[in-house]
Design a protein around this ligand. Structure first.
Ligand SMILES: Nc1ncnc2c1ncn2[C@@H]1O[C@H](COP(=O)(O)OP(=O)(O)OP(=O)(O)O)[C@@H](O)[C@H]1O
Length: 232
């Protein structure tokens, strides 16, 4: 469970990027976090794995303060940031996915199992030896998801995972998210475009100017005037 309590974040002297956000995300929940550009979405998820320090308030993952146990939080939260291509650390598909589990100090057999399962979950099984630069944009997005999955997180958090994807790649990523969610992994998708992800979500939270302005079942949330593109 992710508990965000009264979270305030300021980057400088201006308006706070987060202005007292309180939000609890249950295990297994499929949550869409929406809001216009600059509303604080990326800032919020960076607090969930301790990349930023609160100016006020706190974040707890499974009851433990993130800033006091970064390793525990980062083991439970799988993050796929915008432009995942910038985050690859190895030359080949298999080596990149193995990097996280290797850093957990796991045994080689366990690492191999996780890499195999994560790659097949995103339909990249059998492509371990391929060089990352030869993959398409959609395949690279799925590879980034595999890297997060290999950590076997309780919550998979994806920041704008559909940007720059063509329709088949978008569909493939959505299908993966749906099956992961069905298998019990919590999924949090950050997006300002609700099109395809809307029907999958249990819950929609909308941020505006660093505050939670809507929170509810997707079909019950009124999106008018929020600068969020409603699903067609
Ligand atoms: N590193 C930074 N330094 C200074 N200000 C920042 C920084 N990162 C974000 N901000 C500011 O904080 C506010 C919230 O930004 P954030 O990126 O969290 O919003 P967002 O909802 O994720 O936006 P987007 O949809 O454009 O990614 C914005 O006003 C932004 O300009």
């Amino acid at each position: 469970m992710i508990e965000t309590r009264g979270l305030v974040h300021r980057y400088g002297d201006g308006m706070p990027a987060l202005d007292g956000v309180s939000l609890t995300v249950a295990d297994g929940e499929f949550l869409v976090l929406a809001g216009p550009n600059g509303s604080g979405k990326s800032t919020l998820i960076r607090h969930w794995n301790g990349l930023l320090e609160p100016d006020a308030g706190e974040v707890l993952v499974d009851g433990r303060k993130v800033r006091e146990d970064l390793v525990a939080a980062r083991t439970k939260m799988g993050m796929v940031f915008q432009n995942p291509r910038d985050g690859f650390v190895a030359a080949t598909v298999g080596a990149d996915v193995a990097f996280g589990p290797e850093n957990l100090g796991l045994a080689r057999e366990e690492i191999d199992r996780r890499v195999g399962e994560a790659l097949s979950a995103v339909s990249l099984g059998g492509r371990r030896e391929e060089r990352i630069e030869t993959l398409s944009g959609g395949e690279q997005e799925r590879l980034a998801i595999a890297g997060a999955l290999a950590m076997e997180p309780d919550h998979l958090v994806l920041d704008e995972p559909f940007t720059g994807l063509d329709e088949p790649a978008r569909r493939a990523v959505l299908d993966r998210l749906e099956s992961l969610s069905r298998a019990g992994t919590g999924v949090i998708v950050v997006t300002h475009d609700l099109r395809d992800v809307f029907p999958l979500a249990d819950r929609l939270v909308v941020l505006s100017d660093g505050r939670v302005v809507r929170d509810g079942a997707p079909e019950t949330v009124d999106l008018s005037g929020l600068g969020v593109r409603a699903p067609c």
